[in-house]
Design a protein around this ligand. Structure first.
Ligand code: NDP
Length: 405
C-alpha cells in the first residue's frame, strides 16, 4: 500500500498534495508536512472538500534530520517528496538514507552563502543510495524536469542523433502586483542575477547577466501568447543533460522577462537589496535578500488573481534517417484554470504535476534503480503519457523557424 510523504506546503507542495489525492489507486496514504502545520491543514481541508479524501498532516523541521527520521519511522512512507526550500535538500536526503525511504525533489541543493545551481552535492550521494538499495530522483518539476524528459523523449523516439537543444520558458501571465516572483524570491532572484552560461562545442560559454545591457536576448514567437523577449539564462538541467543526451553540440536555456520586472530588479540590485551576504544593521546581521523575501508577496498567494498562460518547451535539432529535422515540444498551462483546480498558479502547477507523476512511476516501479538519478536517465515514454492524462498536455510540431546562432 504505497504511502507518500510530501515535505513543504508552499505553492508546489499544495499542488503535489492535490494531484496525489486525485490518484487514490497509486497514493494510498498521503502525508503533508512542514514547519507551519496550519498551512498543511488548510490544504488538507480543501482536499477533503474537493474529493472527500483524507490526508494526514504533520509538523516537521526539515533542517532537523532526527525529527525527519522519527516522522518517517512512524509514518513509514515509501517515498518522500522534497518541495521545501532547496537548502533542505541534503537533510531530507540524509533522513531518507537513515530511514530507507525513496526520495524525489524539484530543485537542486543551494548552499545558502553563494549561488551555484549545480548538482554536485546531490550527485555525491549516489553510492550511499546505491548501497542502501533505494532511489533518489532529482529535479522532477517542469524545468528542471519536463524539459529533461522532452529531451530524452526526443533522443529515444524522434532522432538518431541530437545536435542542439534550446529550452524556452515563457510566463505570459499577469498577477496584478507591481513586482513579485513566481516561486521562492531568494532562489528566483539568485537565479536571474547570476552570470549566464550555456554549453557549446564541449565547454561552458559565459555571457553577461540578464540585467546587463550586453545580455543576450531575442524575440521568440510563442504559440498562443505571441512574441516575447527571451533572455539567455543558466539553468541547472543543462548540467545533467550534457551528460545524458549523447553528442550534443550546444544546449541553451531562455526565459522571458517583462521590461517592468527587469527595471524593478535592476533598482533592487543597484541599492543592494539582492545581496546574499549578511550586513550589519544596528548590531543585527541581516541578509538583504531574505529581508526582501519577507516584504514581497508570498508566491503561493499570487494565484487568486493570476490570468494568462505559461508556455514552456524545447526546440530540438538533429538527424533522423539521414535527414536533418527540428521539433518543438511544449506545454501551455493557464494560471486561472490551475487555480480553479488546485488553488495555485501555473508556475506551481507545472512543477507539482511532474513531481506527482515521477512519484507515481517510482511507486509503480516503472522507474527504478538504486542510486541518485536525474529524470532523463529513466524511460521518458510513460512520463509523457501521464503528462497528457494529469493536466499538462503537450504538443509536438516540426520547427521551421530560426533561432539565434
Ligand atoms: P515555497 O517557498 O512557496 O514553499 C516552500 C515550503 O517549504 C514552505 O511551505 C515552507 O513551509 C517549507 N519549508 C521551508 N523550510 C522548511 C523546513 N526547514 N522544514 C520544513 N518545511 C520547510 O516554494 P515553492 O512551493 O514555490 O517551491 C518548492 C520547491 O520547488 C523549491 O525548491 C523551488 O525552488 C522548486 N521549484 C522548482 C521548479 C521546477 O520547475 N523544477 C519551478 C518552481 C519551483 P513552512 O514555512 O511552513 O515550513
Amino acid at each position: 500500500m504505497p504511502k507518500v510523504l510530501i515535505i513543504g506546503s508552499g505553492g508546489v507542495g499544495r499542488v503535489v498534495a492535490h494531484k496525489c489525492a486525485q490518484v487514490p489507486e497509486v497514493f494510498t496514504e498521503i502525508m503533508l508536512a512542514s514547519r507551519n502545520i496550519s498551512k498543511c491543514n488548510t490544504v488538507r481541508d480543501e482536499i477533503m472538500e474537493k474529493s472527500g479524501r483524507t490526508i494526514l498532516t504533520a509538523k516537521v523541521d526539515a533542517d532537523n534530520v532526527q525529527e525527519l527520521v522519527s516522522l518517517m519511522k512512524e509514518f513509514k512512507p515509501d517515498l518522500a517528496i522534497n518541495v521545501a526550500l532547496p537548502y533542505q535538500d541534503l537533510s531530507i536526503m540524509d533522513a531518507c538514507l537513515e530511514a530507507g525511504v525513496n526520495y524525489l525533489d524539484t530543485a537542486n541543493y543551494e548552499p545558502p552563502e553563494s549561488a551555484h545551481f549545480e548538482y554536485s552535492w546531490q550527485w555525491a550521494y549516489k553510492d550511499k543510495f546505491k548501497e542502501k538499495g533505494i532511489t533518489a530522483v532529482l529535479g522532477c518539476g517542469f524545468d528542471p524536469g519536463v524539459s529533461n524528459i522532452f529531451s530524452s523523449y526526443a533522443q529515444k523516439n524522434l532522432f538518431d542523433s541530437i545536435s542542439t537543444i534550446d529550452i524556452l520558458d515563457c510566463n505570459a501571465g499577469n498577477h496584478g502586483h507591481p513586482f513579485a516572483t513566481n516561486f521562492n524570491p531568494e532562489i528566483n532572484i539568485r537565479e536571474v542575477t547570476q552570470t549566464v552560461r550555456h554549453w557549446e562545442n564541449g565547454k561552458w560559454v559565459e555571457s553577461p547577466p540578464i540585467l546587463e545591457p550586453e545580455s543576450i536576448h531575442f524575440g521568440f514567437d510563442y504559440p498562443v501568447v505571441g512574441n516575447k523577449e527571451s533572455y539567455l539564462l543558466y539553468h541547472e538541467e543543462l548540467e545533467s543533460l550534457i551528460k545524458n543526451i549523447k553528442g550534443l553540440r550546444r544546449i541553451r536555456f531562455w526565459m522571458t522577462f517583462s521590461e517592468n520586472y527587469l527595471t524593478y530588479l535592476r533598482v533592487l540590485k543597484d541599492v543592494g537589496m539582492t545581496r546574499i551576504d549578511p550586513v550589519d544593521y544596528e548590531n543585527t546581521k541581516v541578509i538583504p535578500l531574505k529581508l526582501l523575501k519577507l516584504l514581497l508577496p508570498d508566491p503561493a498567494s499570487l494565484g487568486v488573481n493570476y490570468t494568462g498562460k505559461t508556455v514552456i518547451g524545447n526546440i530540438i535539432s538533429g538527424v533522423k534517417d539521414g535527414r536533418e529535422r527540428s521539433v518543438y515540444i511544449y506545454n501551455i498551462c493557464d494560471h486561472a484554470e490551475a487555480f480553479k483546480e488546485v488553488g495555485a498558479q501555473a508556475v506551481s502547477y507545472t512543477t507539482g504535476v511532474p513531481a506527482m507523476i515521477g512519484a507515481m512511476l517510482i511507486l509503480q516501479k516503472k522507474w527504478n534503480g538504486a542510486g541518485v538519478f536525474n529524470v532523463e536517465e529513466f524511460d521518458p515514454n510513460p512520463f509523457m503519457d501521464l503528462l497528457n492524462k494529469h493536466g499538462l498536455p503537450w504538443k509536438l510540431e516540426e520547427y521551421t523557424g530560426k533561432l539565434p546562432e
